[in-house]
Design a protein around this ligand. Structure first.
Ligand SMILES: [Mg+2]
Length: 231
């Protein structure tokens, strides 16, 4: 009999394949707006530069150095600048269209649905995510994930972002869970795993690409279906 009662899942790159869904959306925009005609050398360059710039700006956003509007509206212009082009050349429609297209993509990690359906019969499950409210809600609905979860905790609602201890305390209060009953499952070593551990929770590090590390973690998996053996 497992001591856990509440499973808390991260969303992006744990259940919902952010990298592949984002690549599909960016590829569509690249062709729709003929970015090659604007001086972008190749699709691969655009994807690489956008992802670098986006990751950098998400770190700045998480640390409170930039606000949501700056992240959302400037990341494409700055990607153009990173590619040695005039920032003003970036089509003005890119920020809003990306937010329309990307969350409606539905690529999940293998075994996501079967694993969640199995776990839902044994545990109360929740989401804790750092994304934007509107995007995260669309992702959960479009991918038919909402039905598995009791509480959907989005950093924008709580005012705290993982790994801030406060979002884990808030999650316990909201779900009525004690720390020893909680298990956090996520791909972010610092954001999900160290954050939850700091709150006294056990953790499952979802590490599909086998990143090396030296942290002490309760469980580590490379595929979601391993959860069915652990839990
Ligand atoms: Mg993640």
């Amino acid at each position: 009999m497992s001591k856990y009662k509440h499973l808390f899942f991260d969303l992006d790159n744990t259940l919902w394949d952010f990298d592949r869904n984002s690549t599909e959306a960016l590829t569509e925009l690249y062709h729709k707006y003929n970015l090659e005609n604007l001086g972008v050398t190749s699709l691969e360059t655009f994807l690489e530069k956008y992802k670098e710039r986006n990751a950098m700006m998400w770190d700045e956003y998480r640390l409170g150095k930039i606000d949501k509007a700056t992240l959302r509206d400037k990341r494409f212009e700055l990607t153009f600048w990173d590619m040695g082009l005039e920032a003003e050349l970036a089509p003005k429609e890119l920020p809003s269209e990306y937010l329309q297209i990307s969350p409606r993509k539905t690529i999940l990690f293998p075994h996501a649905h079967e694993t969640l359906a199995y776990l839902a019969t044994k545990y109360t499950m929740h989401i804790i995510t750092n994304g934007f409210v509107e995007a995260q809600e669309i992702k959960l609905e479009a991918s038919d994930l909402t039905k598995y979860f009791s509480e959907i905790i989005i950093s924008e609602h709580t005012g705290y972002k993982k790994p801030d201890l406060n979002i884990f305390l808030y999650s316990m209060e909201k779900s009525g869970a004690k720390a020893e009953e909680c298990l956090m499952i996520g791909d972010g070593l610092e954001i999900d795993i160290l954050g939850a551990r700091n709150a006294g929770w056990d953790t499952v590090y979802f590490n599909p690409h086998n990143h090396s590390h030296s942290e002490k973690i309760t469980f580590e998996i490379t595929s979601l279906d391993e959860l069915q053996l652990l839990l």
